[in-house]
Structure formats: structure tokens, C-alpha cells
Design a binder for this molecule. Structure first.
Ligand SMILES: [Zn+2]
Length: 285
């Protein structure tokens, strides 16, 4: 189990960066956060020899963590250090999630004008979004790596798929909520899931906003559960890095989702997202 040093930007592969923030994991500012947040489950002694470093790519301006968990530590982190019971309870306690889900479900129905479509959700977690979408009449399959969460979804009657290769060109829409910021290689997402999406299909990705993050990274910054959550949110996303990714995979960013569902409220949401940028709708050409 170790942390791996990244020597290239995970989006554009450039090797020149600026250090925006750096402290030792020994520093109380970060060790206290990790101890409290993970209820004493985080092996802080093991982390002591590493630093928490946030870099900004000189080219695509991606802000990302320099030292990230290796495969073994990732499994430990997501299966043990984060307690499954607590993670489920947190989801149950989150208020207003259904409101957000319903907005997204409405958008999907508007895009496809209520035609029969097939949706794939990756990183489906405990399946709350998939359940809600199912209740609202959408046909959703879920993809997830955690066994606890897969079993939970199956019990709720959600169709969980295991072998993506059996579903090439089967989906009209791919959805993912708060997953991509945790994944070591953002390219992997596109390589892995794009073959499942039909030509002309859409992807909706949600992730934490990195708006103004750079300006918060002063000497007084205390690492926390924001867009740069140590060891978890290893990549933050901005428009420029998404421009790079979408160009590479022949995709288009839809900046105005309100064109599918015109209203003043939706237009204002689009404008907010222009700056805040915590979600992106992408079309496969
Ligand atoms: Zn870059």
C-alpha cells in the first residue's frame, strides 16, 4: 500500500505544473481532518511520510493531487476506511437529492422527447438515482465496482450490469454523479464507457465545482471535504480540461441545456454553471 507520485497532468499529459498548495500529511491541519472525517479509520501513520500537494497544469489548468492512492490503498479506502453503513446513511440523510434527480430526469425526457431510451449509470453507488429514474419510468442499468453497493442495488430491483463489453452501442444516455473526480485516469472513463453509448447519445457528469478553489489555496487553507478532498477528489475539473477531453474523443459540450427545456429558471441555471461548472452535458458525434 502506498501513494503514487504523478509526473504528468492526467488530462493533457503535460509535465509542467505550478504547486498551488503543499503540506506534509503529518501536519495537524490535515491529519486532524482525516482522523475526524474517517472516524479514526484512516491510517494516518502510514501517510506521515507523504505530502498533500495540489498542482495546477500549466496547459489545461487542471488542479490535481500529486500523490494518490495506489490500487491496494484505493480498495482499502473505498471498501473499509469509508464505512459502508455510514456512507449509506449519509445518502439517506441528504436532503433535496430527489429534487436534483427529478430535474435531471426531466432534462433526459425533454432531450429524447419521451422516446423509449436506455440509460447507463456508472459509479451508481447505492442506486438512489437509478431508483428514482426507474420510478419516473426510465429504463436504467447500473454499473458499480463496490460489492456492498451492488448487492444493495440488486435487492432494490435495479439491473446491475457487470460486463460492459456485452452492451456495446446499447445506450442513449450515460449518467454519473460524483464519480469522475475519484478516478485516477479520466481518460479511462471515456475509453471504457464511450463504446456503450450510441452515436448521437449524451453523457451527463456531475462533480464538485473547482470555481475559485485556486484562490482558496492560501497558507491558511485547511484541507477539507471540498473539491480537493485529500486522497478522494484527486482530480478537479474545469472547462479547459473538458475541452481537451471532448476534442480527443470526438464529443461536444452542450453549454445550454435550457435549449431542451426552455425557461428562465433553466437559463439561469446554465449561466450559473458557466462559472460554477459542476456538471457537464456532452454529446457523442
Ligand atoms: Zn493538463
Amino acid at each position: 500500500m502506498q501513494l503514487i507520485e504523478r509526473t504528468n497532468c492526467p488530462v493533457c499529459f503535460n509535465s509542467k505544473f505550478k504547486i498551488l498548495f503543499s503540506i506534509s500529511y503529518k501536519d495537524e491541519k490535515i491529519s486532524k481532518f482525516l482522523y475526524d472525517y474517517y472516524n479514526g479509520n484512516m491510517p494516518t501513520n502510514f501517510l506521515n511520510k507523504y505530502d498533500y500537494v495540489l498542482l495546477e497544469c500549466n496547459d489545461c489548468k487542471l488542479i490535481f493531487q500529486k500523490y494518490i492512492p495506489d490500487k491496494e490503498f484505493s480498495i482499502e479506502l473505498y471498501d473499509k476506511i469509508i464505512s459502508p453503513e455510514k456512507s449509506l446513511q449519509k445518502k439517506i440523510d441528504s436532503k433535496n437529492l430527489n429534487l436534483k434527480y427529478d430535474n435531471e430526469i426531466r432534462l433526459i425526457k425533454k432531450i429524447f422527447k419521451n422516446k423509449k431510451i436506455r440509460i447507463l449509470e456508472f459509479g451508481a453507488g447505492w442506486g438512489f438515482w437509478a431508483s428514482r429514474a426507474k420510478e419516473r419510468g426510465l429504463n436504467v442499468d447500473a454499473f458499480e465496482l463496490s460489492k456492498n453497493r451492488i448487492d444493495f442495488m440488486k435487492k432494490k430491483g435495479i439491473n446491475v450490469i457487470e460486463d460492459l463489453k456485452k452492451y456495446i452501442n446499447q445506450y442513449d444516455f450515460i449518467y454519473s454523479d460524483q464519480t469522475i473526480e475519484h478516478i485516477t485516469d479520466p481518460h479511462q472513463i471515456f475509453k471504457e464507457f464511450l463504446p456503450n453509448l450510441k452515436k448521437g447519445g449524451f453523457i451527463l457528469l456531475n462533480y464538485p465545482s473547482s470555481f475559485l478553489l485556486k484562490y482558496q489555496l492560501t497558507k491558511n487553507y485547511i484541507p477539507n471535504k471540498d473539491a480537493a478532498h485529500p486522497l478522494e477528489h484527486i482530480n478537479t475539473f474545469n472547462r479547459k480540461s473538458f475541452d481537451y477531453l471532448t476534442k480527443k474523443y470526438d464529443l461536444n459540450i452542450i453549454n445550454f441545456k435550457s435549449k431542451f427545456n426552455p425557461s428562465l429558471k433553466n437559463l439561469l441555471k446554465d449561466l450559473k454553471n458557466w462559472f460554477y461548472f459542476n456538471n457537464v452535458l456532452i454529446k457523442k458525434n
